[in-house]
Design a protein around this ligand. Structure first.
Ligand SMILES: Nc1ncnc2c1ncn2[C@@H]1O[C@H](COP(=O)(O)OP(=O)(O)O)[C@@H](O)[C@H]1O
Ligand SMILES: [Mg+2]
Length: 307
C-alpha cells in the first residue's frame, strides 16, 4: 500500500496534506497523531469512503481511483472508531447481517471463523447491547475479518478500553500479523504503537516523520549512557573527556553522570575501564532510552512552535 502526496480538504479546511508513505505487505504500520491530526480522514480516503482532493495512492495493490472502489473494498476492511453494531441483535445476527451486506460467499462458515478468530464463539448468541465495550470492539474486529482482508484498517481500536481489554485487542492484532494481514493502525496511544507496530508515521496534518520506533529515537535524540558510581568522582572531566565514542558528559545527581555518546559499543566499555582505573566503584552503567512519547512530544511540540 502506498500514498503519494495525498491530501484531503473539506472546503477551506485541510484534513491532511501532502502525505507520502509506503506500507509493506504484512507490515503493522502505526499512524500516530493528536486529535484532529487527520488520521481518520486518511483511513476513510484509503478505505475508499471519501475521495482524496489530490495525490494518488495504491491500496491492496490497486490504484485508488473511483472505478476501482469495489475491487479495493473486496480486499480490505475498515474497523471504524465506533463499532456501529445493532445492539438489540445478537453477535452472530450482527455478523450474518454484515456478511450478507458484503455479499460474502459461504457466510455461515466465515461468521464462525471470524468469531473463533476473536475468541467470541461462546458469546455468539448474546445481544450486542449486553456486551462490555471491549467485547463489542471484538465483535467489530470479527466483522472486519468477515471478508478475509489483505489490508485491515483499525481506527483507534483500543480507545476507551480498560488495560485488560486493550491487551486482548493487542493480542488479536498480533495474531493477525502472524497470519500476514497488512495492518494500518491509527492511535494516539504511544505504548500501543511501540508494542505493536513495525514502523510508525507521526502525523499532524502533514507527516512529521516515518520509521521504526528505534530509528525515530536515534534520529531525534543523541544516545546517552547513564553511569552511577558509589562516590562522586573527584575529576569527572579527566575520566570522561576524550574517551572513544563519548562526545560529552554532564552531572546527574551525586555520583551520577550522563554521557552523550556517538557509539555505545565503543563508549560503554571505555567508560567502565576508565572508571575502574580511577578506583571508582561502578554501581551501574546503562543506555538511557528515550520513549516513543519523547519522540512524539518533540515532533508535535516543534509543530506547535511553528503555528
Ligand atoms: N466531513 C468533514 N467535514 C469537514 N471537516 C472534517 C470532516 N471530517 C474531518 N474533518 C476535519 O479534518 C480534520 C482531521 O480530522 P480527523 O481525520 O477526524 O482527525 P483524527 O482522526 O486524527 O482525530 C479535523 O480538523 C476535522 O475537523
Ligand atoms: Mg480519528
Amino acid at each position: 500500500m502506498s500514498a503519494d502526496h495525498l491530501s484531503k480538504r473539506f472546503g477551506g479546511r485541510i484534513a491532511f496534506d501532502d502525505v507520502t508513505f509506503e506500507v509493506g505487505r504484512g507490515e503493522v504500520f502505526g499512524f500516530l497523531g493528536p486529535n484532529g491530526a487527520g488520521k481518520t480522514t486518511t483511513v476513510r480516503a484509503l478505505g475508499t469512503l471519501i475521495a482524496p482532493s489530490s495525490g494518488s495512492a495504491t491500496v491492496a495493490g490497486i490504484a485508488l481511483e473511483p472505478e476501482n472502489g469495489v475491487e479495493i473494498r473486496r480486499r480490505i476492511s475498515v474497523m471504524p472508531e465506533s463499532p456501529g453494531l445493532y445492539l438489540r441483535h445478537s453477535v452472530v445476527e450482527n455478523l450474518e447481517c454484515f456478511a450478507e451486506l458484503y455479499e460474502i460467499s459461504e457466510p455461515a462458515d466465515r461468521v464462525e471463523r471470524a468469531l473463533a478468530a476473536v475468541n467470541l464463539a461462546d458469546r455468539a448468541h448474546d445481544a450486542c447491547g449486553t456486551l462490555s465495550k471491549g467485547l463489542r470492539q471484538r465483535v467489530a474486529l470479527a466483522r472486519a475479518l468477515l471478508n478475509d482482508p489483505e489490508v485491515l484498517f483499525l481506527d483507534e481500536p483500543t480507545s476507551g478500553l480498560d488495560p485488560v481489554a486493550a491487551r486482548e485487542v493487542h493480542e488479536l492484532i498480533d495474531g493477525l500479523r502472524r497470519r500476514g494481514v497488512t495492518i494500518f493502525l491509527t492511535t494516539h496511544r504511544l505504548e500501543e504503537a511501540e508494542r505493536l507496530c513495525d514502523r510508525v508515521a507521526i502525523l499532524n496534518t502533514t507527516l512529521r516523520m516515518i520509521g521504526r520506533p528505534d530509528d525515530l529515537r536515534d534520529r531525534l535524540f543523541t544516545k546517552t549512557l547513564s553511569v552511577k558510581v558509589r562516590d562522586p568522582l573527584a575529576e569527572p572531566d579527566r575520566v570522561f573527556a576524550g574517551l572513544p565514542g563519548v562526545d560529552g558528559w554532564r552531572q546527574d545527581g551525586p555520583g551520577g553522570y550522563l554521557l552523550g555518546v556517538s557509539d555505545t559499543n565503543l563508549a560503554a566499555p571505555a567508560a567502565v575501564r576508565a572508571l575502574v582505573a580511577t578506583g571508582a566503584d561502578v554501581l551501574s552503567i546503562s543506555e538511557a532510552r528515550h520513549s516513543l512519547e519523547d519522540v512524539y512530544l518533540k515532533l508535535i511540540d516543534d509543530e506547535a512552535v511553528g503555528r
